[in-house]
Write a protein that binds this ligand. Structure first.
Ligand SMILES: *[C@@H]1O[C@H](CO)[C@@H](O)[C@H](O)[C@H]1NC(C)=O
Length: 304
Protein backbone atom coordinates (compact mmCIF):
# COMPACT_ATOMS: atom_id res chain seq x y z
CA UNK A 1 0.00 0.00 0.00
CA UNK A 2 1.44 3.34 -0.97
CA UNK A 3 0.53 6.77 0.29
CA UNK A 4 1.35 10.13 -1.16
CA UNK A 5 1.23 13.28 0.86
CA UNK A 6 -0.27 16.53 -0.31
CA UNK A 7 0.42 19.76 1.50
CA UNK A 8 -2.74 21.75 1.99
CA UNK A 9 -2.54 25.29 3.26
CA UNK A 10 -5.33 27.19 4.86
CA UNK A 11 -4.75 30.82 5.61
CA UNK A 12 -6.56 33.42 7.62
CA UNK A 13 -6.58 36.86 6.03
CA UNK A 14 -8.86 38.73 8.37
CA UNK A 15 -6.06 40.56 10.07
CA UNK A 16 -6.04 38.31 13.14
CA UNK A 17 -2.56 38.15 14.62
CA UNK A 18 -1.11 35.97 17.32
CA UNK A 19 2.11 35.22 19.14
CA UNK A 20 3.91 31.97 18.32
CA UNK A 21 2.25 29.85 21.04
CA UNK A 22 -1.26 31.09 20.19
CA UNK A 23 -0.97 30.54 16.46
CA UNK A 24 0.78 27.18 16.87
CA UNK A 25 -1.95 26.00 19.23
CA UNK A 26 -4.71 27.27 16.92
CA UNK A 27 -3.24 25.41 13.97
CA UNK A 28 -2.76 22.18 15.88
CA UNK A 29 -6.08 22.18 17.65
CA UNK A 30 -8.75 23.37 15.27
CA UNK A 31 -7.35 22.14 12.02
CA UNK A 32 -5.43 19.01 12.90
CA UNK A 33 -2.61 20.79 11.20
CA UNK A 34 0.46 22.77 12.13
CA UNK A 35 2.42 25.87 11.30
CA UNK A 36 4.32 25.61 8.02
CA UNK A 37 7.56 23.69 7.74
CA UNK A 38 9.93 24.17 4.82
CA UNK A 39 12.30 21.36 3.92
CA UNK A 40 13.23 22.27 0.38
CA UNK A 41 13.59 25.05 -2.16
CA UNK A 42 10.41 23.79 -3.85
CA UNK A 43 8.37 24.14 -0.70
CA UNK A 44 9.80 27.59 -0.11
CA UNK A 45 8.89 28.71 -3.61
CA UNK A 46 5.40 27.36 -3.23
CA UNK A 47 4.92 29.45 -0.07
CA UNK A 48 6.44 32.51 -1.75
CA UNK A 49 3.84 32.21 -4.51
CA UNK A 50 1.07 32.05 -1.93
CA UNK A 51 2.41 35.17 -0.19
CA UNK A 52 2.29 37.02 -3.51
CA UNK A 53 -0.98 35.67 -4.77
CA UNK A 54 -2.89 36.30 -1.55
CA UNK A 55 -1.00 39.46 -0.63
CA UNK A 56 -0.04 38.34 2.84
CA UNK A 57 1.49 41.40 4.49
CA UNK A 58 2.25 40.21 8.01
CA UNK A 59 5.07 37.80 8.76
CA UNK A 60 4.13 34.18 9.37
CA UNK A 61 5.39 31.90 12.15
CA UNK A 62 7.16 28.74 11.09
CA UNK A 63 6.87 25.48 13.04
CA UNK A 64 10.42 25.71 14.36
CA UNK A 65 12.85 26.88 16.98
CA UNK A 66 16.54 27.74 16.85
CA UNK A 67 19.47 25.75 18.17
CA UNK A 68 23.14 26.58 17.59
CA UNK A 69 21.98 29.24 15.14
CA UNK A 70 20.26 26.71 12.90
CA UNK A 71 16.62 25.90 12.29
CA UNK A 72 15.11 23.03 14.31
CA UNK A 73 11.75 21.93 12.96
CA UNK A 74 9.20 20.93 15.58
CA UNK A 75 8.29 17.85 13.53
CA UNK A 76 12.00 16.80 13.54
CA UNK A 77 12.24 16.96 9.75
CA UNK A 78 15.51 17.67 8.00
CA UNK A 79 17.27 21.01 8.49
CA UNK A 80 19.36 20.63 5.34
CA UNK A 81 17.51 23.48 3.67
CA UNK A 82 17.77 26.91 5.33
CA UNK A 83 16.68 30.31 4.07
CA UNK A 84 17.69 32.90 6.63
CA UNK A 85 17.93 36.57 5.76
CA UNK A 86 21.69 36.88 5.43
CA UNK A 87 23.90 38.99 7.64
CA UNK A 88 21.80 38.88 10.81
CA UNK A 89 22.70 37.50 14.21
CA UNK A 90 20.54 34.47 14.99
CA UNK A 91 19.30 34.37 18.57
CA UNK A 92 18.78 30.82 19.90
CA UNK A 93 16.02 32.01 22.26
CA UNK A 94 13.79 33.33 19.50
CA UNK A 95 11.12 31.81 17.31
CA UNK A 96 11.33 31.81 13.50
CA UNK A 97 9.13 33.74 11.13
CA UNK A 98 8.90 33.92 7.36
CA UNK A 99 8.88 37.52 6.17
CA UNK A 100 6.56 38.69 3.40
CA UNK A 101 8.02 41.98 2.20
CA UNK A 102 9.18 41.87 -1.42
CA UNK A 103 12.83 42.53 -0.58
CA UNK A 104 13.08 39.35 1.48
CA UNK A 105 10.05 37.41 0.41
CA UNK A 106 9.83 34.04 2.16
CA UNK A 107 13.15 34.43 3.95
CA UNK A 108 13.46 33.55 7.61
CA UNK A 109 14.07 35.82 10.56
CA UNK A 110 14.23 35.03 14.26
CA UNK A 111 12.00 37.19 16.40
CA UNK A 112 10.84 37.09 20.03
CA UNK A 113 8.13 34.47 20.33
CA UNK A 114 5.63 36.99 21.73
CA UNK A 115 5.61 39.03 18.50
CA UNK A 116 2.20 39.04 16.79
CA UNK A 117 2.17 37.44 13.34
CA UNK A 118 -0.42 36.32 10.80
CA UNK A 119 -2.17 32.95 10.91
CA UNK A 120 -0.99 30.48 8.30
CA UNK A 121 -1.60 26.82 8.96
CA UNK A 122 -0.77 23.83 6.86
CA UNK A 123 -2.57 20.56 6.80
CA UNK A 124 -1.04 17.37 5.50
CA UNK A 125 -3.55 15.18 3.73
CA UNK A 126 -2.92 11.50 3.16
CA UNK A 127 -3.83 10.79 -0.40
CA UNK A 128 -4.25 7.28 -1.71
CA UNK A 129 -5.62 7.86 -5.16
CA UNK A 130 -9.22 8.75 -4.38
CA UNK A 131 -11.06 11.13 -6.61
CA UNK A 132 -10.33 14.82 -6.57
CA UNK A 133 -13.93 15.57 -5.62
CA UNK A 134 -13.40 13.75 -2.38
CA UNK A 135 -10.43 15.92 -1.48
CA UNK A 136 -12.47 19.04 -2.09
CA UNK A 137 -15.42 17.72 -0.13
CA UNK A 138 -13.26 16.76 2.85
CA UNK A 139 -11.58 20.11 2.89
CA UNK A 140 -14.79 22.07 2.62
CA UNK A 141 -15.77 20.34 5.85
CA UNK A 142 -12.49 21.41 7.44
CA UNK A 143 -13.04 24.94 6.22
CA UNK A 144 -16.59 25.02 7.54
CA UNK A 145 -15.30 23.82 10.88
CA UNK A 146 -12.63 26.50 10.87
CA UNK A 147 -15.17 29.18 10.10
CA UNK A 148 -17.05 28.43 13.30
CA UNK A 149 -14.07 29.67 15.23
CA UNK A 150 -12.61 32.43 13.18
CA UNK A 151 -13.33 34.62 10.22
CA UNK A 152 -11.80 33.55 6.99
CA UNK A 153 -12.06 34.62 3.43
CA UNK A 154 -13.56 31.40 2.21
CA UNK A 155 -13.07 32.23 -1.44
CA UNK A 156 -9.38 32.73 -0.91
CA UNK A 157 -9.07 29.44 0.90
CA UNK A 158 -10.93 27.59 -1.84
CA UNK A 159 -8.71 29.30 -4.39
CA UNK A 160 -5.68 27.90 -2.58
CA UNK A 161 -7.13 24.41 -2.70
CA UNK A 162 -7.79 24.81 -6.41
CA UNK A 163 -4.24 26.02 -6.88
CA UNK A 164 -3.06 22.86 -5.12
CA UNK A 165 -5.22 20.69 -7.31
CA UNK A 166 -3.19 21.87 -10.30
CA UNK A 167 -0.02 20.69 -8.57
CA UNK A 168 -1.86 17.49 -7.87
CA UNK A 169 -2.42 16.60 -11.50
CA UNK A 170 1.24 15.72 -11.57
CA UNK A 171 0.73 13.58 -8.47
CA UNK A 172 -2.25 11.87 -10.11
CA UNK A 173 -0.07 10.96 -13.07
CA UNK A 174 2.41 9.38 -10.67
CA UNK A 175 -0.39 7.49 -8.93
CA UNK A 176 -1.60 6.20 -12.30
CA UNK A 177 1.91 4.94 -12.99
CA UNK A 178 2.04 3.21 -9.60
CA UNK A 179 -1.36 1.62 -10.25
CA UNK A 180 0.00 0.16 -13.44
CA UNK A 181 3.13 -1.26 -11.87
CA UNK A 182 1.78 -2.58 -8.59
CA UNK A 183 1.03 -6.26 -8.11
CA UNK A 184 -2.64 -6.78 -7.26
CA UNK A 185 -3.98 -9.11 -4.59
CA UNK A 186 -4.63 -12.47 -6.22
CA UNK A 187 -1.58 -12.17 -8.45
CA UNK A 188 -0.04 -15.59 -9.16
CA UNK A 189 3.72 -15.82 -9.26
CA UNK A 190 5.35 -18.97 -10.64
CA UNK A 191 8.83 -19.43 -9.26
CA UNK A 192 11.14 -21.36 -11.55
CA UNK A 193 14.27 -23.07 -10.22
CA UNK A 194 17.13 -20.60 -9.59
CA UNK A 195 14.76 -17.63 -9.76
CA UNK A 196 13.86 -15.25 -6.93
CA UNK A 197 11.28 -15.98 -4.30
CA UNK A 198 8.37 -13.47 -4.52
CA UNK A 199 8.96 -12.57 -0.85
CA UNK A 200 12.33 -11.22 -1.93
CA UNK A 201 10.98 -9.33 -4.93
CA UNK A 202 7.94 -7.84 -3.16
CA UNK A 203 8.82 -7.90 0.56
CA UNK A 204 5.87 -5.74 1.62
CA UNK A 205 3.29 -8.16 0.23
CA UNK A 206 2.08 -11.36 1.86
CA UNK A 207 2.43 -14.46 -0.29
CA UNK A 208 0.76 -17.81 0.18
CA UNK A 209 2.45 -20.93 -1.22
CA UNK A 210 -0.34 -22.65 -3.20
CA UNK A 211 1.93 -25.24 -4.81
CA UNK A 212 0.22 -28.14 -2.98
CA UNK A 213 -3.04 -27.36 -4.79
CA UNK A 214 -1.34 -28.35 -8.04
CA UNK A 215 1.04 -30.98 -6.64
CA UNK A 216 2.49 -33.28 -9.29
CA UNK A 217 0.49 -31.79 -12.14
CA UNK A 218 1.76 -30.53 -15.46
CA UNK A 219 0.29 -27.55 -17.21
CA UNK A 220 -0.17 -27.18 -20.90
CA UNK A 221 -1.42 -24.33 -23.01
CA UNK A 222 -5.06 -24.73 -24.00
CA UNK A 223 -5.75 -26.05 -27.49
CA UNK A 224 -4.50 -28.95 -29.58
CA UNK A 225 -4.97 -32.10 -27.49
CA UNK A 226 -5.41 -30.28 -24.18
CA UNK A 227 -8.52 -30.61 -22.05
CA UNK A 228 -10.53 -27.37 -22.21
CA UNK A 229 -9.59 -24.64 -19.70
CA UNK A 230 -10.97 -25.28 -16.22
CA UNK A 231 -12.17 -28.82 -17.04
CA UNK A 232 -9.93 -30.39 -14.44
CA UNK A 233 -6.84 -32.51 -14.56
CA UNK A 234 -6.20 -34.32 -17.79
CA UNK A 235 -5.68 -38.09 -17.40
CA UNK A 236 -2.14 -39.14 -18.10
CA UNK A 237 -1.68 -40.87 -21.39
CA UNK A 238 0.99 -42.34 -23.65
CA UNK A 239 0.78 -44.46 -26.84
CA UNK A 240 -0.09 -48.07 -26.04
CA UNK A 241 -1.75 -51.08 -27.57
CA UNK A 242 -5.38 -51.04 -26.47
CA UNK A 243 -7.55 -53.03 -28.92
CA UNK A 244 -7.17 -56.15 -31.06
CA UNK A 245 -9.70 -57.26 -33.65
CA UNK A 246 -9.92 -60.41 -35.73
CA UNK A 247 -11.51 -60.93 -39.10
CA UNK A 248 -11.59 -63.70 -41.64
CA UNK A 249 -10.74 -63.43 -45.28
CA UNK A 250 -9.50 -59.84 -45.65
CA UNK A 251 -6.62 -58.21 -47.42
CA UNK A 252 -3.60 -58.39 -45.22
CA UNK A 253 0.03 -57.38 -44.91
CA UNK A 254 3.09 -59.31 -43.87
CA UNK A 255 4.58 -56.39 -41.97
CA UNK A 256 2.55 -53.83 -40.05
CA UNK A 257 3.48 -50.67 -38.19
CA UNK A 258 1.39 -49.44 -35.28
CA UNK A 259 0.57 -45.78 -35.65
CA UNK A 260 -0.99 -43.99 -32.63
CA UNK A 261 -4.67 -43.22 -33.18
CA UNK A 262 -5.13 -45.61 -36.14
CA UNK A 263 -6.05 -49.23 -36.72
CA UNK A 264 -3.17 -51.19 -38.16
CA UNK A 265 -3.46 -53.27 -41.31
CA UNK A 266 -4.47 -56.94 -40.87
CA UNK A 267 -1.88 -59.58 -40.38
CA UNK A 268 -2.33 -63.31 -40.81
CA UNK A 269 -2.80 -65.17 -37.52
CA UNK A 270 -3.72 -68.74 -38.55
CA UNK A 271 -6.36 -70.93 -40.12
CA UNK A 272 -8.91 -73.63 -39.13
CA UNK A 273 -7.57 -77.20 -39.10
CA UNK A 274 -9.68 -77.92 -42.12
CA UNK A 275 -7.88 -75.07 -43.85
CA UNK A 276 -11.21 -73.62 -44.88
CA UNK A 277 -10.92 -70.21 -43.23
CA UNK A 278 -7.98 -67.92 -42.57
CA UNK A 279 -8.00 -65.47 -39.68
CA UNK A 280 -6.41 -62.06 -39.46
CA UNK A 281 -5.76 -59.60 -36.65
CA UNK A 282 -5.52 -55.88 -36.59
CA UNK A 283 -4.34 -53.67 -33.69
CA UNK A 284 -5.30 -50.31 -32.28
CA UNK A 285 -2.61 -48.07 -30.81
CA UNK A 286 -3.99 -45.22 -28.69
CA UNK A 287 -3.14 -41.64 -29.57
CA UNK A 288 -1.58 -39.67 -26.71
CA UNK A 289 0.95 -37.20 -25.59
CA UNK A 290 4.61 -37.75 -25.06
CA UNK A 291 5.62 -37.31 -21.44
CA UNK A 292 7.69 -34.12 -21.21
CA UNK A 293 10.98 -33.62 -19.47
CA UNK A 294 10.19 -31.26 -16.61
CA UNK A 295 11.19 -29.47 -13.45
CA UNK A 296 9.02 -28.73 -10.44
CA UNK A 297 7.86 -25.16 -10.03
CA UNK A 298 6.39 -23.26 -7.09
CA UNK A 299 3.26 -21.19 -7.38
CA UNK A 300 2.47 -18.25 -5.09
CA UNK A 301 -0.59 -16.16 -4.74
CA UNK A 302 -0.55 -12.64 -3.31
CA UNK A 303 -3.07 -12.60 -0.47
CA UNK A 304 -2.42 -9.21 1.19
C1 LIG B 1 17.59 36.85 22.37
O1 LIG B 1 16.17 36.60 22.40
C2 LIG B 1 15.61 36.69 23.69
C3 LIG B 1 14.14 36.29 23.56
O2 LIG B 1 13.53 36.93 22.46
C4 LIG B 1 15.81 38.10 24.25
O3 LIG B 1 15.30 38.14 25.54
C5 LIG B 1 17.27 38.43 24.24
O4 LIG B 1 17.46 39.78 24.60
C6 LIG B 1 17.89 38.24 22.85
N1 LIG B 1 19.31 38.44 22.89
C7 LIG B 1 19.94 39.19 21.99
C8 LIG B 1 21.43 39.27 22.13
O5 LIG B 1 19.36 39.77 21.08
Amino acid sequence: MYMLFILLLITCFNGALGDYATVATACRGELESSLPTINSQDEQQFLNKLINKYKIVDSVWLDAGVKDKHIVWTDSTSADYENWIPGRQINNSNCVEMVTDQAHIGQWLDEPCNKKNAYLCKRVVMWSGQRTERLIRDNRRVLDNYMKHTTILLNSAIAIIEHLLVAQQDTDAKIALLEQTKVPIGFIYTQLPDQADPKTLWPTYTWSDVTATYAGQFFRAEGSGSLAFGKGVQAENSPRLSNVHYESTVDYAKDITLIPGEWSKYIYSGSEITGATDYFLKFWMTGGEVRPRNQAVRIFRRVK
